[in-house]
Design a protein around this ligand. Structure first.
Ligand code: BT5
Length: 266
């Protein structure tokens, strides 16, 4: 497969999104698109600007984890958001992005993508994409949010490092053919723009049913790992704020705001 650099004209041609994708900052290499987008936002860049890189030397996941970011085959980008709602709802942006991602992915493959709370998109039980949202807030308002997304588009199984090979997938592996990164990015920005608009105008209640419909762990036994410990229970879905509800073995319902959720055998 010949890996070609991004053709940004192709992304912008036909992009009908209203607020997102107003300007693209393109780089052959960055440490992390989230880090660069944060710098731009701190300098006053407006909502909707997008930072795209062909490769990342320090692609970031949550909690200091790494995002494997080889050149020319995948998508790594970050969008600057300046939402007008209160900081309490910032986590809902991650869930909104997961809904938009599953919509975009479903337009390219026949197998339904599923969401693993809060930020993983899985197909056939393997991770296709991840979302990393980072906010800058004062007590009453959000200054900005950086919405970072990584999608394995044309990454080959054999090119994956051992750390992810058994757990990751790509559109190439699922479709068995090459996907245009430009076409996929255009579609994804369109879906993000639409879902972001719904979230702002109608609130999370208008997004939650779509999220629930794609949540892959409904009713399943899961282990919840948080910074301060772990427990097992049954996943029950999300509440109105986007927190995960897990029923513990003693019947108590626990609200999880941050952590990892891993399915376990019965
Ligand atoms: C995430 O973290 O899933 C968020 C990933 C966000 C990446 C984007 S790329 C553009 C923007 N700029 C950045 O610097 N980051 C964002 P988390 O849930 O913590 O998952 C990280 C884990 O996923 C790792 O520990 C690996 O196990 C696995 N992983 C790493 N790279 C992967 C890849 N390319 N494909 C699938 N899984 C991967």
């Amino acid at each position: 497969m010949i890996a070609l650099p991004f053709n940004l004209d192709q992304v912008q041609a036909g992009l009908t999104a209203k607020r997102l994708g107003t300007r693209f900052h393109y780089f052959n290499e960055l440490d992390s698109t989230n880090t660069h987008a944060r710098r731009l936002a701190e300098e006053g860049a407006p909502e909707g600007e997008v930072v795209v890189a062909e490769q990342q030397t320090h692609g970031r996941g949550r909690l200091g984890r790494r995002w494997v970011s080889p050149p020319y085959v995948n998508l790594y980008f970050s969008i600057i958001l300046r939402p007008r709602f209160s900081p309490v709802v910032a986590p809902q942006l991650t869930l909104m992005a997961a809904v938009a991602l599953t919509d975009a992915v479903a337009a390219f493959i026949s197998k339904p993508p599923v969401i693993k709370w809060p930020n993983d998109i899985l197909v056939n039980g393997k991770k296709l994409a991840g979302v990393l949202t980072e906010s800058s807030c004062s007590s009453e308002r959000i200054d900005f949010v950086i919405l970072g997304i990584g999608v394995n588009v044309n990454l080959m199984h054999g090119s994956m490092p051992d750390t992810i090979r058994e757990r990751a997938t790509s559109l190439l592996m699922i479709r068995e053919s090459v996907t245009s990164r430009e076409e996929f990015l255009r579609r994804l920005i369109h879906d993000l723009d639409r879902c972001y608009g719904i979230l702002e105008e109608q609130g999370f209640g208008a997004i939650a049913p779509s999220w629930e419909a794609r949540f892959g762990l409904h009713g399943q036994r899961v282990r919840v790992e948080m910074v301060d410990g772990s427990f097992t229970g049954r996943a029950k879905g999300i509440d109105r704020d986007g927190a995960l509800l897990v029923e513990k073995d003693n019947g108590e319902i626990e609200r999880i705001i941050a952590g990892d959720v891993i399915p376990v055998e019965h």
